[in-house]
Design a protein around this ligand. Structure first.
Ligand SMILES: Cc1cc2nc3c(=O)[nH]c(=O)nc-3n(C[C@H](O)[C@H](O)[C@H](O)COP(=O)(O)O)c2cc1C
Length: 204
């Protein structure tokens, strides 16, 4: 098959991971008396109903056998304020240190699984592993969402979760960034403008 020439302004790179930005999350797990945290960016929502997400983990991580043996973990969403902790949990191993203790992060019990949640994270997603697919460098853990824990301070007066106020952390090709400057709502591109009411009706 003849390959088309790319336009002059485009450069074709060799195949690689280039789906950015992605979340940078703190995954927590527990095996017996040991609790651990590792940073994960290869994560994503994979199904709405039933709610499911995935994390991809290298088998050489200290957390890997913990995840495989227990079949549960929590995905904790960190804020900009936790960027240092996120980086630290991604460059140090539970083999050598207790990351909770070193970072003075607070453990809170989960409601549906036996793994600690990170109190400092405004959102924690409790997960149960349903399938592990050994892809290559990383093994994909497909997991069901068993419960979601959110900070009460993120709820508005109408009981709506205002995640856009959470200053959540992302990872963009080697750099950390935040995703908290909303400028359009779901469906805004096709929304009809509300008709203006005549001035005389605007007294109340
Ligand atoms: C921003 C960032 C993202 C990372 N994403 C992943 C990932 O998706 N999968 C993975 O296996 N390791 C990932 N890592 C590396 C692990 O977090 C790191 O190897 C960690 O030390 C493992 O901890 P553990 O040995 O205590 O399990 C990431 C690290 C950073 C800093």
């Amino acid at each position: 098959m003849r390959r088309a020439e790319p336009p002059a302004e485009k450069l074709v790179l060799k195949p690689g991971n280039m789906l950015y930005p992605v979340p940078a999350v703190l995954v927590t797990c527990r095996r017996g008396a040991e609790d651990n945290i590792l940073t994960i960016s290869w994560t994503g929502t994979v199904c709405t109903n039933p709610p499911m997400l995935s994390i991809s983990v290298r088998p050489e991580r200290h957390s890997y056998p913990m995840l495989r043996e227990t079949g549960v973990f929590a995905v904790n969403l960190p804020t900009r304020a936790l960027a240092r902790a996120v980086d630290f949990c991604g460059v140090t191993s539970g083999r050598d240190i207790d990351k909770f203790e070193t970072l003075r992060l607070t453990k809170v019990p989960a409601s549906a699984i036996d793994a600690p949640l990170v109190r400092e994270c405004p959102v924690s997603i409790e997960c149960r592993v349903r399938q592990v697919i050994e892809l290559g460098s990383h093994h994909l853990f497909l997991a069901s969402v068993e419960a979601v824990d959110v900070d009460r301070s993120l709820m508005d007066a109408k009981g709506k979760l205002r995640l856009e106020h959470a200053d959540l952390l992302c990872y963009n090709h080697g750099s950390y960034c935040v995703a908290s400057r909303p400028f359009g709502k779901f469906g805004f591109s096709v929304e009809k403008k509300k008709a203006k009411r005549p001035a005389r009706n605007r007294t109340r």
